[in-house]
Design a protein around this ligand. Structure first.
Ligand SMILES: Nc1ncnc2c1ncn2[C@@H]1O[C@H](COP(=O)(O)OP(=O)(O)OP(=O)(O)O)[C@@H](O)[C@H]1O
Ligand SMILES: O=c1ccn([C@@H]2O[C@H](COP(=O)(O)O)[C@@H](O)[C@H]2O)c(=O)[nH]1
Ligand SMILES: [Mg+2]
Length: 213
């Protein structure tokens, strides 16, 4: 069985949708990692504006499942309230669907992979590895302050859940960050200062890839 990218590039997924042309361009995948409130979503908006990526936030895809009252919705809601990680298969399927539907070949995958199991599952199902991994490195105190001030009505933006999310980040997500560091794919951003100051650390990373082609 072909993985997602093989079927996209051979045109099989497109033909199934009634679209004839296969995807011609090699995918360019960026994973955007960092603790809760480190500014991933905020910086992704700027990356999209400047470099024309498609932004896929794993958390937003999961929240959309809850809102649409899908079969997995209740399980996802409980998992998010607890600050735990949704089973890889569920999240990877949502990401896969968005990638298949997109006309873009440049993807920002925000807030995923959060565990080593997430990472392996993505590689197996999607069949590609990221080109770039961004890590927004932010002090815990600042992350807590930002999340508590966010005011978007998220069920996990309360002190109790934030503490759990920070523990999960340290225990399960840092190993993923270390993995990509060892592979030479990790770009660490000091995620303190104004949004614009932080973006000035991000910009040259993608600018360098633009000139390479
Ligand atoms: N540089 C910054 N300085 C101060 N506040 C910021 C900065 N960047 C983002 N924020 C604010 O902090 C909050 C969290 O930012 P954002 O939603 O981008 O974080 P996130 O990493 O996506 O968090 P989560 O993992 O919880 O989704 C938002 O209210 C955002 O407006
Ligand atoms: O890959 C993922 C991404 C997210 N979750 C769950 O959703 C919340 C919120 O995610 P944000 O990226 O902060 O919006 C997260 O705490 C997890 O509970 C997940 O399970 N897997
Ligand atoms: Mg976010």
């Amino acid at each position: 069985r072909l993985n997602t990218w093989e079927s996209l590039t051979t045109g099989i997924a497109q033909q199934a949708k009634g679209v004839i042309a296969p995807k011609e361009k090699t995918p360019f995948i960026t994973f955007v990692l960092g603790g809760p409130g480190s500014g991933k979503g905020t910086q992704c908006i700027k990356i999209v504006e400047t470099f024309g990526f498609a932004h896929l936030s794993a958390g937003d895809l999961l929240r959309r499942e809850i809102a649409s009252k899908s079969a997995d919705g209740a399980m996802i809601l409980n998992t998010i309230k607890e600050g735990k990680i949704v089973p890889s298969q569920v999240t990877v399927k949502l990401i896969q669907k968005e990638m298949e539907l997109s006309d873009n070949h440049k993807f920002l995958i925000d807030g995923f992979p959060r565990t080593e199991e997430n990472r392996v599952s993505f590689e197996q199902i999607i069949g590609v590895e990221p080109n770039v991994v961004l890590f927004f490195d932010c002090p815990e105190e600042e992350m807590v302050k930002r999340v508590l001030n966010r005011n978007e009505g998220r069920v996990d933006d309360n002190l109790e859940t934030i503490k759990k999310r920070l523990t999960v980040f340290q225990a399960l997500s840092l190993p993923v960050i270390n993995y990509y560091s060892e592979k030479g794919k990790l770009y660490t951003i000091k995620a303190i200062g104004t949004e614009d100051e932080i973006f000035e650390q991000v910009r040259p990373i993608f600018a360098a890839f633009e000139t390479v082609g």
